[in-house]
Design a protein around this ligand. Structure first.
Ligand SMILES: Cc1cc2nc3c(=O)[nH]c(=O)nc-3n(C[C@H](O)[C@H](O)[C@H](O)COP(=O)(O)O)c2cc1C
Length: 318
């Protein structure tokens, strides 16, 4: 599978489910990946992880993200991901949440580069599909781990490394230091390096590629309420390739916006009933950003319970 030149939707727990991933895919994302799933959970309680591992054929190529700290478990879980039909496995080595790091997984692996390598080797040997790794720059407050960890995991056969250049200690504060992405690419010029962090506007994506030399760009929070960001990036690149400077491309028409939002909610309702509509509240809040009257609209979202409530809220506001 080729990751070079691709626009990738980042894994976002509680957000990037199959419905949202497909909307991003249809609007210009080349690759998507599930939110993180516990390798042990997948092996011991597959019914409980099933919802997180649903995908549709229209999403391909689609990966599944695993977290875990035990090579044998990660190998078995990676093989299961292949059996489920995914195109690649991504291993989470960046999650800062205590529940994950306390078990030695996620960002905790940044402190143990040889173990990170062992996990990737075990997964690569078992999976038979590409294995990628997503990291932060360090576990504490210093960006001291991304190079040794990348060295181990590339050596173990990782097909790509995504760097979100913040340390675990930073959580989401401060800014992503793209200089670290540039450094990583410089150290591993022949390997696939995916840049991630603080791409907010289409032009940030082009700037990330030109400043860091990264092979692909992964976008997370900027896609919330804005799955069109991927097509906007594409249009801008097309303009630039035609000799013009990449301007800021227009967003969707109000009608296209409304149609997509309705489809999003109707699909969530079809899959998850009124629970899906409740999940749509946060998406509606994101979709409303930047539109006059958004804060009053958000204030009313708690009353949106049924599919009819949802439809009338969308018709009224968007
Ligand atoms: C709500 C939320 C959930 C996230 N869940 C995951 C996850 O499941 N797996 C993962 O590797 N990263 C996760 N991340 C990190 C993102 O994938 C990404 O690395 C980070 O948000 C920086 O990229 P951005 O600035 O484009 O959002 C999450 C981030 C947020 C804000």
């Amino acid at each position: 599978m080729e990751f070079r030149g691709k626009l990738i939707l980042a894994p976002l727990a509680g957000i990037t489910d199959r419905t949202f991933r497909l909307l991003c895919r249809e609007n210009g994302a080349d690759v998507t990946v599930t939110e993180m799933v516990s390798a042990r959970g997948l092996l011991m309680q597959p019914a409980r992880t099933a919802r997180y591992l649903e995908y549709g054929e229209g999403e391909r190529p689609v990966g599944a993200q695993l977290f875990g700290a035990i090579p044998e478990e990660m190998a078995e879980a990676a093989a299961e991901i292949r059996r489920l039909g995914f195109d690649f496995v991504d291993i989470n080595m960046g999650c800062p949440v205590r529940k994950v790091t306390a078990g030695g997984a996620g960002a905790a692996l940044l402190s143990h580069p040889p173990l990170a390598g062992k996990i990737v080797k075990a997964a690569v040997d078992a999976a038979g599909i590409p294995v990628t790794v997503k990291i932060r720059s360090g576990f504490g407050t210093e960006p001291d781990s991304y190079l040794p960890v990348a060295s181990e995991v590339f050596g173990a056969g990782a097909a790509a490394v995504t760097l979100h250049p913040r340390t675990r200690g930073q959580m989401f504060s401060g800014t992503a230091d793209w200089g670290q992405i540039e450094r990583l690419k410089r150290e591993f010029p022949d390997r696939v390096v995916i840049g991630n962090g603080d791409v907010r506007q289409p032009e940030d994506s082009w700037r990330m590629v030109s400043e860091t030399g990264c092979d692909a760009v992964m976008i997370g929070r900027a896609a919330l309420g804005n799955p069109w960001i991927f097509s906007a990036i594409r249009r801008g690149v097309a303009v630039a390739a035609g000799g013009g400077a990449p301007g800021t491309p227009d967003g969707p028409s109000p009608e296209a916006r409304r149609t997509l939002i309705l489809r999003h909610g109707e699909e969530m309702h079809r899959r998850h009933g009124e629970g899906g509509i409740r999940e749509m509240r946060k998406h509606l809040a994101w979709y409303s950003r930047g539109i006059p009257g958004a804060s009053a609209f958000r204030g009313h979202l708690v009353t949106v319970r049924t599919c009819d409530d949802f439809r009338s809220a969308v018709e009224r506001f968007f």
